[in-house]
Design a binder for this molecule. Structure first.
Ligand code: FAD
Length: 371
């Protein structure tokens, strides 16, 4: 039985970023079921940071996080939000949400947007206007995870890979956590198991909070020879539609922004979502997608109110939830890790979060148990 202060379940971005901070305060081990960190949602993300998020809380957490995201894990890259016919109101809404955190964001017309992304259709068949954020961030999930793995190790913590947590029970002042090769006695368990968080809670005899995994599909494809897309902005429709972003000089990533309820699993792309991704891109652009370079799917996991969760379970001492990172888990991870550190160690609420008006109560899991 290994004694630890903090046992983190899950080496995705949520678990690893929090573990890197917790290791500064006590002995920390991250148990990860897979053979490497980031195999699930964190490694399957489109990895872009922007403010086109519905919830003000998520925008505030993003604003707190962006200054903490450094090269090479994050580099400046523009984002373009395009409105198709009928999406004028949505464009106004996105702009209103954006202004507080990125006042320099610019409203541009369809032809200016087309100068940035020459394949976009304009007029009756295409876009009618756009919003340009020159200060978005392209993230590198692998580099982010590596940064945290390194910081965790430097502070004396470690990741135990191929270590699925199979049982948890509370004994005295400790959680006894079993994995196939090793058991741990932990003062605090941090449940950062992504799509699996409710299942981990149930193993511990803790009531679930209703996290729903939603599958999302991504394709990549090569653009015509000689076309250099590397400077194209991350380009996303303001309402239902798609987004595209460059993957190097000659390749684009595209996503139809699908959301299909799923069990926690190793998500796989479905043929009809792959076809939908290609169709939506072809409808709005001059591109023809003849062959895919790759395709994948991942699970974005949401709380019932679609807001992130960080806090101790009100009914289970020492059981900490770090869950519901939805479609914004990478871009909010620095702020969420600071929140988790402060809450787990009972420290003062971080200035970075106070500055953006985020309070601990907004993240607390107790809010999901009120009804
Ligand atoms: C297609 C797609 C596009 C996205 N685009 C963006 C984007 O542009 N920007 C952004 O910020 N976010 C984006 N996201 C969201 C982001 O990827 C997630 O919010 C984030 O990765 C969630 O991290 P996590 O650590 O909670 O989950 P995960 O990365 O899934 O990590 C959970 C880990 O827990 C482990 N685990 C589960 N059960 C156990 C157990 N019993 N024992 C041990 N380990 C266990 C799993 O193996 C897994 O590694 C996107 C997601 C998808 C799928």
């Amino acid at each position: 039985m290994e004694q630890v202060d903090f046992l983190v379940v899950g080496a995705g971005i949520a678990g690893l970023s929090a573990a890197a901070r917790l290791a500064l305060h006590g002995r920390t081990v991250v148990c990860e079921a897979e053979e490497a960190p980031g195999v699930h949602a964190s490694g399957r993300s489109a990895a872009f940071a922007h403010f086109d998020m519905d919830a003000p809380l998520v925008r505030a957490l993003t604003a707190a996080s962006i200054p903490l995201l450094e090269e090479p894990a994050a580099r400046r890259h523009p984002a373009l939000f395009i409105a198709l016919e009928g999406q004028e109101d949505a464009l106004d809404r996105v702009e209103a949400g954006y202004r507080r955190w990125a006042p320099a964001v610019e409203r541009i017309d369809a032809s200016a947007a087309q100068e940035l992304v020459p394949v976009l259709k304009t007029g009756a068949e295409g876009i009618i206007g756009a919003l340009l954020d020159r200060d978005g961030r392209k993230l590198d999930a692998h580099a982010l995870l590596e940064q945290h793995r390194h910081a965790l190790g430097a502070a004396g913590g470690r990741i135990a890979t191929r270590s699925p947590v199979t049982a948890l029970r509370h004994e005295g002042a400790h959680w006894i956590v079993d994995t196939p090769g090793q058991s741990y006695a932990a003062r605090i368990v941090v449940n950062a198991a992504g799509a699996w968080v409710d299942g981990v809670a149930q193993m511990a005899g803790v009531a679930p909070i209703g996290i729903q995994p939603l599958r999302r599909t991504v394709i990549t494809f090569d653009v015509p020879e000689g076309m250099d897309v590397s400077a194209w902005p991350f380009t996303k429709t303001v309402g239902p539609g798609f987004y595209i972003e460059p993957e190097g000089r000659g390749r684009l990533l595209a996503c139809p922004m699908d959301e299909h309820p799923s069990e926690p699993c190793d998500a796989q792309p479905e043929e009809e979502d792959i076809a939908l991704a290609a169709w939506r891109v072809e409808e709005a652009t001059a591109l023809e997608i003849r062959r895919l370079a790759s395709k994948w799917a991942g699970l974005r996991s949401f709380a019932p109110d679609r807001l992130p969760v960080a806090g101790f379970d009100p009914a289970a001492p020492g059981f900490f939830w770090l869950a519901g990172q939805g479609g914004f888990g990478l871009q909010t991870s620095p702020a969420m890790a600071l929140a988790a550190e402060a809450l787990v160690t009972n420290a003062e609420w971080p200035e970075a979060l106070r500055a953006v008006d985020v309070a601990a109560a907004q993240l607390a899991p107790g809010r999901l148990r009120q009804s």
